[in-house]
Structure formats: structure tokens, C-alpha cells
Design a protein around this ligand. Structure first.
Ligand SMILES: Nc1ncnc2c1ncn2[C@@H]1O[C@H](COP(=O)(O)OP(=O)(O)O)[C@@H](O)[C@H]1O
Ligand SMILES: CC(=O)N[C@@H](CCC(=O)OP(=O)(O)O)C(=O)O
Length: 300
């Protein structure tokens, strides 16, 4: 499927040049730096947006920035489950994963979803390599103990959902140094070689921390973190996040996202952003222009 590039004819030549020139200080600042980009399953549903995303990733690589893509695929897993008559259920943003669901998760994330992204990046002129957490013995995991948010004495059994024990980033580093763009699905392995389904936001956040990434960008299907009235919160600190979780303003899929984001910010990732993946070229706009998007998460 081919999509025409965005029509920019209404923008005056001088303005176009100014926008391009704006990128220069950012390219200098970020040259040689690593940026972890979480590409959410909800943000990847529109072909034109997917193409714009792939172009952005390739452009970043070409100007000397190292993008590492971690992808989700929640809605795509849900569709595959529906075909076998199963309905996805979530507790505090985590999919309840029995063995049959785990098989579907591995098949969908490690297969079609990942290969679509790899294909699009390659079509845009990059060299993407798809990996799961098993490749290069990257993501070791154990069964998640999910404590109830309101009553920590209660533990939820979410089956084969994993929490990260450790990440060995050597395969990612080797690929990035060799001009490849790693595209990682959030599957880990345990002591008995069993597979674990890990929330992609948590993988992206931990990887950003371990790689000492300059930025972590979590692309989702909403403007950013919203308050109770639906207004965008442009900046959030750890304390404010605790309040928003406690009073129920932050719920569902935003819970692991915000938990990962705050961990990454506390562990030294310079800039952590939750941004709207529905905005075409949001990566370029956020990274290489003066414009700010979404919610920035600050450790303090
Ligand atoms: N306070 C909040 N602000 C924004 N979104 C929220 C909030 N609380 C819950 N959400 C939900 O979290 C969703 C994003 O998480 P998720 O569906 O897992 O996205 P992704 O697939 O991108 O990881 C939003 O679409 C929204 O429904
Ligand atoms: C444990 C858990 O919930 N895993 C997720 C993994 C995929 C994911 O995170 O996808 P999104 O980023 O699109 O939500 C799941 O099974 O849906």
C-alpha cells in the first residue's frame, strides 16, 4: 500500500526552511545518543501513521541518533484471541495470560506485528532487525507478583505475565553500532526456559535505563496523561503521579506506562515523554523541533 507524502504546498518556502534549520541544534545535541521508542499497539493501527513512524525512525538513524524500538500489540493480540473464541482480560493494565494466551502472544508479537514494523522501516530505507527478549538472552524474567493497588495484602494471579529480572543489552548494542535498528517484542524467558508476557512499556522503560538512553518516548493513542476533566497534564512529578493513581485518575493501560516512565526518570533517563502516536511524525516534531508534545515525566 502506498501513501502520498503529506501535502506541504500551503507552507511558504521560508517557513519550511526555518523548520528544517530548527533541527540543527537538536541533531548536534543528540548525535550518538540512544533513544528508546515504545510503539504502542493502539498507535499502530493506521497505515499512513505507520509509514510516518517508520520514516521518522529512519531519519533519526541517518542523522546519527540511535533509535531502539520496543513494540506492543495489545489490540492485535485481542483480535487473534477473538478468532479462537477467547476474550482478553486485564488486571491493573496486565493481560491475564494462561498458556493458550501465551502461545497467541508469542505468535502475534514475535510474528506479524514485529515483521510489519521491520518491513516498514526497511521500506523507508533503514535496516531493522526484529528480536524478542529471548534473542541474545536479552530479557530474563520471573512470574509477576501483582499486588492489588487498593489492598496490597491481595495478590492477583495473572498467569504467565513476567516481571523483568535483568536485561542484557549486548545484542542491542551490537546491532545499533552496526547501523541496524533493533525492533524488540516484550517477551522474556525464565529459569526453566518458559516464556513470559511482559508489558511493553515496562520493557521499554527498563531498556532505556540500562542503555542510559537520552530519551524514552512512549507513543500511545491519547494526547498524554489527562486529569479528571480530560485536560492534558504537560508535566508530572513522582508525587503528583502517586496522587493521580490513588484517586483513580490514572487507570488501566496507563498504569504500567506511568510506572515505567517514572522508574526510567528516577534512574537517569534524561527525558521521558508520553506522547500521542496519532500525530503524524510526532517523533521528529518532539525530538528535532522546539515544540513540546504530550506529558513529560520528571523524577522530582
Ligand atoms: N489519566 C489518564 N490519562 C490518559 N489515559 C488514561 C488515563 N487513565 C487511563 N488511561 C487509558 O490508558 C490508555 C493508554 O494505555 P494502553 O491502551 O495500554 O495504550 P498502548 O497500547 O499505547 O500501551 C488510554 O487510551 C486511556 O484509555
Ligand atoms: C502483560 C501484558 O499486558 N502484556 C501486553 C504485551 C503487549 C503490550 O504491551 O501491548 P500495548 O503496548 O499495545 O498495550 C499484552 O499482552 O497486551
Amino acid at each position: 500500500m502506498s501513501h502520498a507524502p503529506a501535502d506541504l504546498s500551503h507552507i511558504a518556502a521560508r517557513d519550511k526552511a526555518e523548520i528544517l534549520a530548527q533541527a540543527l541544534p537538536y541533531i548536534r545535541k543528540f548525535h550518538g545518543k540512544t533513544m528508546v521508542i515504545k510503539y504502542g499497539g493502539n498507535a499502530m493501527t493506521d497505515p499512513a501513521l505507520q509509514k510516518a513512524f517508520a520514516e521518522d525512525v529512519v531519519l533519526l538513524k541517518l542523522v546519527g541518533i540511535n533509535p531502539i524500538v520496543v513494540h506492543g500489540g495489545g489490540p492485535q493480540i485481542d483480535s487473534a484471541l477473538a478468532k479462537i473464541g477467547k476474550k482478553g482480560t486485564f488486571i491493573q493494565g496486565m493481560r491475564v495470560t494462561d498458556q493458550e494466551t501465551m502461545d497467541v502472544v508469542e505468535w502475534v508479537l514475535g510474528g506479524e506485528v514485529q515483521q510489519d514494523i521491520v518491513g516498514l522501516i526497511n521500506a523507508a530505507g533503514g535496516k531493522a532487525v526484529g528480536l524478542t527478549g529471548r534473542d541474545g538472552a536479552m530479557i530474563r524474567a520471573r512470574k509477576l507478583k501483582l499486588l492489588d493497588l487498593n489492598d496490597p495484602a491481595v495478590e492477583h494471579d495473572v498467569g504467565q505475565v513476567g516481571e523483568i529480572e535483568s536485561i542484557d543489552p549486548s545484542v542491542v548494542k551490537a546491532l545499533q553500532d552496526d547501523q541496524f535498528i533493533p525492533v524488540i517484542s516484550p517477551i522474556g524467558f525464565g529459569e526453566q526456559n518458559e516464556s513470559y508476557n511482559i508489558n511493553a512499556d515496562l520493557v521499554a522503560s527498563k531498556l532505556a535505563e540500562i542503555l542510559k538512553a537520552e530519551k524514552l518516548m512512549l507513543l500511545t493513542n491519547i494526547k498524554g496523561v489527562l486529569d479528571k476533566a480530560g485536560n492534558l497534564l504537560t508535566e508530572l512529578t513522582s508525587r503528583r503521579i502517586d496522587e493521580l493513581v490513588e484517586d483513580g485518575t490514572i487507570s488501566g493501560g496507563m498504569l504500567p506506562k506511568i510506572a515505567g516512565a517514572i522508574d526510567a526518570a528516577k534512574c537517569g533517563v534524561n527525558a521521558v515523554h508520553i506522547v500521542d502516536g496519532r500525530v503524524p511524525h510526532v517523533l521528529l516534531l518532539e525530538i528535532l523541533t522546539d515544540q513540546a508534545f504530550g506529558t513529560m515525566i520528571r523524577a522530582r
